[in-house]
Design a protein around this ligand. Structure first.
Ligand SMILES: O=C(O)CCC(=O)C(=O)O
Length: 267
């Protein structure tokens, strides 16, 4: 089957079945070099540190609002096409982050990203390997099939962790330029980096436009219209206008307000 640059029907079937897709060599070396330069510039503009930082692991979050280059990257046709197809909706980007897992960085424990975002809707994580990221260099491990239900989490300091570690896991042997698309409900972790090199990844979170993030203030970055790239900041996505969505999140908003400051809500 010809790859159009995004995803094929077979990819979609595998994504729905396993909860993730590993697409090797999705980006060229030149694209990754440009992406890293844009991340570096935006990170320099972002003040402060993240409460998710752990040992020699550093998170640089919400970079795209600071960079037109990143806005172009996250709304490029191939990514938008893949995100719309896998979420079956037009999409907006609620979050991005570059993560440096430097030599010696520890495990980042098993979790679903919904455990951090506190969203009820599934979102799509587009995980770009900016360096090699295999099992020995702080790479990603996934539990195929675990995305079919919400798992209970407990707090572990600023982090959350699923109550029960999955029984079956798969290491994703990612190389620089690979793309891993996975469901925010996929239980995943990353293991320590013992490689002597720094591991860098960039993660973009796509959410269907009918889904609200009640915790994030507008404007929001709309990435597609009619499933074509249509990048723009807007205050009024369909999910935000929906009374049903607003009411659905009332109990969560009250709970989060009570917990505010005790941990980090993010990806
Ligand atoms: O980048 C990492 O090593 C862990 C971060 C992570 O699991 C995530 O972004 O959900």
């Amino acid at each position: 089957m010809t790859r159009t640059g995004a995803t094929t029907p077979v990819d979609r079937h595998r994504y729905l079945r396993d909860g993730y897709l590993h697409l090797p060599a999705y980006f060229t070396a030149a694209e990754i070099t440009d992406l890293r330069a844009a991340i570096e510039l935006a990170s320099a503009l972002r003040a402060g540190t993240s409460s998710l930082d752990k040992g020699s692991m550093t998170f640089y979050s919400l970079l795209f609002p600071l960079s037109e280059d990143l806005q172009r990257f996250i709304s490029q046709a191939r990514l938008v096409d893949a995100a719309c197809s896998l979420l079956d909706d037009d999409v907006w980007v609620r979050w991005d982050q570059a993560v440096a897992k430097r030599d010696g960085a520890p495990t980042f424990p098993w979790h679903q990203d919904n455990g951090y975002s506190l969203l009820r809707a599934e979102h799509l994580q587009a995980w770009v390997a900016l360096t090699d990221a295999g099992p020995d260099d702080g790479g990603l491990w996934v539990a195929p099939g675990s995305h079919r239900r919400r798992h209970r989490h407990h707090h572990a300091g600023a982090h959350v962790e699923v109550d029960e570690a999955p029984e079956a896991e798969v290491a994703v042997e990612a190389h620089r330029g690979d793309l891993v698309l996975f469901s925010s409900r996929m239980v995943h972790r990353t293991t320590p980096n013992h490689s002597g090199r720094d591991r860098w990844t960039y993660v973009i979170e796509y959410l269907g436009v009918r889904s609200l993030d009640p915790f994030l203030a507008p404007p929001h970055f709309e990435a597609s219209r009619d499933r074509q790239p249509a990048p723009r900041f807007t205050r009024w996505l369909p999910g935000r206008r929906s009374l049903r969505q607003q009411v659905r999140y009332l109990p969560d908003r009250i709970r989060v307000r009570r917990q505010e400051g005790s941990w980090h809500r993010g990806m």
